[in-house]
Design a protein around this ligand. Structure first.
Ligand code: ADP
Ligand code: MG
Length: 241
């Protein structure tokens, strides 16, 4: 385990609007997620889960506090640098996952790496690995319209998680997925975290939270509780609290 967390929220807050209509979506949250850890974030609708995840991935900026990814303060980065961090270090899994119809499964998965000037051969190798991880070995050269809905979603998941990404973020990833696909997402996230990535998973479902090392419960934008699910994670959660 490295001593530096992959993701740190320091007093991170996000509010919308001003005056009487001001909404505090996230209120001074401190959270560290280390390499090897998968953290589940739960809480009622409107408790700030998506806000937390969007800050973590640099899709949104905090109005107070700081967000650090691999020690880099995201607010110190310019637009292009932030985009590069998102492409290289962060993998997002959203409910809406779209593939490009004119590219094969492997080409879709390779795309983010090729945009980052990874060689075609290397990108293809990583894409094949990611496609195998989601259980679709042999389907690399199919086009999206030659795949079932669930298979397309799995290719999109492979694309979101391909390459050496250190931070994996998923917002209710199984919402629109069938059970088999949902389990494939969780297995891939768990494997990646076991291999040294850090993961944050927003979920309503207790069955999914069971894959996590820690469960962080949000309420009205604040951390209400942190539950460790194994002894190693328990030590960590003591450190971060
Ligand atoms: P969750 O994902 O837990 O359902 P969100 O993080 O999406 O919660 O939202 C937290 C709070 O912030 C909610 O009260 C929501 O209405 C509010 N909120 C989220 N996005 C915006 C926005 N763009 N403008 C105003 N309020 C917002
Ligand atoms: Mg949400």
């Amino acid at each position: 385990m490295t001593t530096e967390p992959v993701l740190s929220l320091r007093d991170a807050g996000r509010s919308y609007g001003t005056g009487a209509t001001r909404v505090v979506a996230l209120d001074a949250v401190d959270l560290d997620v280390y390499a090897g850890e998968l953290v589940a974030v739960t809480g009622r609708s409107g408790s700030g889960k998506s806000t937390l995840l969007n800050l973590a991935g640099g899709l949104d900026r905090p109005t107070t506090g700081r967000v650090l990814v691999e020690g880099q303060d995201l607010s110190a980065l310019g637009k292009a640098e932030l985009a590069a961090v998102r492409r290289r270090s962060v993998g997002f899994v959203f409910q809406e996952l779209n593939l490009l119809p004119t590219l094969t499964a492997a080409e879709n998965v390779s795309l983010p790496m090729e945009l980052d000037r990874v060689s075609t051969v290397e990108a293809r190798r990583a894409a094949d690995t990611a496609i195998a991880e989601v259980g679709l070995a042999g389907m690399e050269d199919r086009y999206p319209d030659e795949l079932s809905g669930g298979e397309r979603q799995r290719v999109a998941i492979a694309r979101a998680l391909v390459g050496p990404r250190r931070l994996l973020l998923a917002d209710e990833p199984t919402g629109a997925l069938d059970e088999l696909t949902g389990e494939a997402v969780m297995r891939v996230m768990r494997n990646r975290c076991d291999a040294g990535a850090a993961g944050v998973l927003v979920t309503h479902e207790p069955a999914l939270a069971a894959w996590a090392d820690r469960v962080v419960r949000l309420r009205d934008g604040r951390i209400e509780s942190v539950t460790a699910r194994n002894p190693a994670a328990a030590e960590l959660s003591e450190v971060v609290r």
